[in-house]
Design a protein around this ligand. Structure first.
Ligand code: ARG
Ligand code: ZN
Length: 422
């Protein structure tokens, strides 16, 4: 009998421990706002020395007083990190308590599941599925869509841009859109797919997209960083950079949005290969940025609009991010993003901030938007899609459509303005 009770208690306490509050079972995302410079330093340390993932800002250097920090804390570091924060009087809020569950759900490829009610465009797709989609889209629309090979990634994956040319009007101008420059921003490639699908389906049905496609061809690069994107599906959901190695270190990857020739590797980028904002060995050192830069250089006379899609924060950004200076056509660009944000607000009741990159977020040199602007593509934009931090990079699939609708109306607003001017 005594043995029975002993076993009972052991079992019971074990259960208690497993369900207890002391041990986290899932990674969490915390929102933390440092109030003092000392707290800023503590957060910089936490985000570099413990096994955490800094979601926002992109690099510890950009952490500053009275500005929200979003930090992913894996289950096994949870206690240490919380204690540390508490010791320094830093308060935090749990933004997302079941991050691991969401990661697992999103990576499960449900495409073959007949019970999942959502359609193809309401889900995230792995790299293989996106390549297949590119192929299919080009084949099914032989007169209007062409797949153009613009280069290859470090791991020799092809970089295909789709050229949408819906009518044969001569001397059309063009717009360029790239998605997926940062691997973990899954909503970005998802938007590119939806945009192509929308253009093909609603040409001649929706007057805005008809007017746009009657006046310009549109080049869409759905995944600019395929090696990184693949890596987020297989190894590390939070990967940002590409996957190219650097001699003399085991740290991998260059931040492709710091690798362009626009005040390259000055304040806001890092020469450290282990940094999330590593600028690379020299401008366009990476095959991915080089491919895009080469294509834009060869087509700069026809391309009027450059648009690059990121997440998250809900922002519509214009040059410059590489300097505090204003672009030569600042007020013209500012008026466009202002109207775009107003339209998003009017139609979808969602708030987007807008303005020059350096002033709206932080100095971030070497970006594709600034480089394209300096090349002569005056209408150059970065969109940061949903959300504002609740799910961050883990935006659930059910938000894909809404987020894309917002980006679409902003895109239309801008493209129609440009057409009107020329
Ligand atoms: N979150 C983006 C980044 O850090 C912002 C891009 C704004 N544009 C730029 N050229 N940095 O890369
Ligand atoms: Zn990004």
């Amino acid at each position: 009998m005594a043995t029975f009770w002993m076993l009972f208690f052991i079992f019971y306490f074990e259960l208690l421990l497993k369900t207890g509050h002391c041990t986290e079972t899932s990674g969490q995302v915390l929102s933390i706002t440092p109030n003092t410079q000392e707290q800023v330093e503590v957060l910089r340390n936490v985000s570099t020395q413990y096994q955490t993932g800094l979601w926002k800002p992109a690099s510890p250097h950009n952490i500053k007083e009275l500005t929200q920090v979003h930090l992913y804390v894996p289950a096994n570091s949870s206690e240490t990190v919380r204690n540390l924060l508490q010791r320094h009087g830093i308060t935090h809020e749990v933004m997302l308590s079941n991050a691991d569950e969401i990661i697992e759900m999103q990576m499960r490829n449900e495409s073959g599941d007949p019970r999942s009610g959502s359609t193809f465009y309401q889900r995230y797709h792995n790299l293989e599925d996106i390549y297949e989609w590119i192929n299919r889209t080009a084949h099914e629309n032989p007169t209007t869509v062409k797949a153009i090979l613009i280069g290859s990634s470090y791991q020799k994956r092809p970089l295909y841009a789709l050229k949408l040319s819906l009518n044969n009007k001569p001397n059309k101008k063009a717009m360029w859109i790239d998605c997926g420059i940062h691997a973990r921003e899954w909503i970005s490639p998802a938007f590119c797919l939806i945009f192509v699908q929308y253009s093909l389906s609603f040409y001649k049905l929706n007057s805005d997209i008809t007017q746009i496609l009657d006046n310009m061809d549109i080049y869409v690069l759905p995944v600019m960083n395929p090696d990184g994107y693949k890596y987020t599906w297989t190894k590390d959901r939070m990967w940002r950079k590409n996957r190219s190695p650097t001699n003399g270190t085991s740290c991998i990857g260059v931040d492709l949005n710091r690798n362009f020739d626009a005040n390259w590797c000055t304040k806001g980028a890092s020469p450290d290969p282990c940094s999330e904002i590593y600028c690379g060995a020299f401008p366009e050192s990476e095959p991915e940025s080089q491919a895009v830069a080469n294509f834009l250089r060869s087509n700069k006379d026809i391309i009027q609009i450059y648009l690059t899609i990121h997440s998250y924060s809900q922002m519509l950004l214009i040059p410059y991010s590489c300097t505090m200076d204003e672009a030569d056509n600042h007020s013209e660009l500012y008026e466009m993003v202002k109207q775009a944000a107003e339209n998003i607000r009017r139609y979808y009741r969602n708030v987007y901030t807008y303005g020059a990159g350096a002033k709206t977020i932080y100095l971030a040199p070497g970006g594709s938007d600034d480089w394209a602007h300096n090349l002569g593509i005056k209408y150059s934009f970065t969109f940061e899609l949903q959300d504002r931090g609740r799910y961050g990079f883990l935006l659930p699939p059910s938000y894909i459509q809404g987020a894309s609708n917002e980006a679409l109306i902003a895109l239309k607003t801008i493209a129609l303005k440009v057409i009107e001017k020329t």
